[in-house]
Ligand binder design. Structure first.
Ligand code: PEP
Ligand code: MN
Length: 332
């Protein structure tokens, strides 16, 4: 159950009432929001005199449910936004990992030429083998911060684990929680306390309900700026790296009030399919795409087969505009 208390009650009283009702208490600018487990279906006795409004919820998808707040969260991205009226589709692009200053300069120049606002590159890479490149770490974050100044791009980058969550929060404009850490409560809390937009990627073995519950972990820390990312789930099929769950996206659009971006690069795993998938995603009306592109994918230190070269990226990007326009969206 979600319960609103008026802002003019004392903070300590709100917290004491929350404790009595076994609820979390989130302070907003105009109210206190108390959230109990969804099995609570009648207003707790202690809140009867103070509750302003309340919602019974069928599952623990609560704060991110359209049953609670029907309109999609609007998230400021530089001079524009995603979510809200749903008019914009954001492109977030860059190499899987920052590998060198030279490489990331080439990436930034291409993004700038294309009018793209958000550079995404990993500094702490979650890998499936310990013998592969794991990222430049803090040195990478520092170069990304220089790129933000030099090119006026926003920087999105991943926090892989709690050892460096504070560093990522310090340097990034947009924090990514990766598929393999979707369930890491330390990271969800760090993301929730960051005050920055968070891209929450769906674990490849996770249900939609598990994804939205993780989103509620972040929202219940008081951070409303959560962006969901569908990046492919594991199915019986192994000719493609994963399977992009567009049915899942349709479900999220219907039931969840958070903007949704799609990552066809990790879903497909091969550059040849990424353009087609990006066009399909755009046609279904989404809030953004996350695409991996590298100045020279053949020498990329991670995810080489799926990264588009810059020519492929530009061709893909220009093919999206008429599709976006046909469904009333603007590419940003
Ligand atoms: C990535 O975004 O580079 C990445 C590691 O993706 P995921 O968390 O979806 O596997
Ligand atoms: Mn990658």
């Amino acid at each position: 159950m979600i319960i609103h208390l008026p802002i003019d009650i004392d903070m300590t009283r709100a917290e004491n009432l929350a404790a009595e009702a076994n609820a979390l208490c989130v302070r907003k600018h105009d109210k206190f929001v108390l959230i109990t487990h969804s099995s609570v279906q009648t207003l707790p006795e202690c809140l009867k005199d103070v509750a302003h409004e309340w919602w019974t919820m069928p599952t623990d998808m609560q704060l991110c449910s359209r049953a609670y707040e029907p309109t999609t969260h609007r998230i400021q991205i530089a001079d524009t936004y995603i979510g809200g009226d749903g008019r914009n589709q954001l492109m977030i692009a860059g190499p899987c990992a920052i590998e060198s200053r030279e490489q990331i300069e080439l990436s930034c120049q291409m993004l700038k030429q294309q009018g793209i606002r958000v550079l995404r590159a990993g500094c702490y890479k979650p890998r499936t083998s310990p013998y592969t490149f794991r990222g430049l770490g803090e040195d990478g974050l520092k170069i990304l911060a220089e790129m933000r100044e030099k090119y006026g791009l926003l920087v999105a980058t991943e926090m892989r684990d709690a050892t460096h969550a504070d560093k990522v929060v310090e340097y990034a404009d947009i924090v990514q929680v990766g598929a393999k850490s979707m369930y890491d409560h330390g990271l969800l809390t760090a993301a929730g306390q960051s005050g920055k937009p968070v891209i929450l990627k769906r674990g490849f073995g996770s249900t939609l309900q598990e994804l939205v519950n993780c989103a509620d972990f972040i929202l219940s820390c008081g951070n409303d700026q959560v962006i969901l990312c569908e990046r492919g789930i594991r199915t019986f099929e192994n000719n493609t790296r994963f399977t992009l769950d567009l049915c899942g996206v349709a479900w999220l659009k219907e039931h969840c009030n958070l903007p949704i971006i799609l990552d066809p690069s990790h879903a497909m795993g091969y550059a040849y399919g990424v353009g087609n998938l990006a066009r399909a995603c755009t046609a279904m009306g989404i809030d953004g795409l996350l695409i991996e592109t590298h100045p020279n994918p053949s020498v990329a230190k991670s995810d080489a087969p799926q990264q588009l070269d810059h020519h492929q990226f530009e061709a893909m990007y220009s093919s999206l505009r008429p599709i976006a326009n046909a469904i009333g969206k603007t590419l940003i």
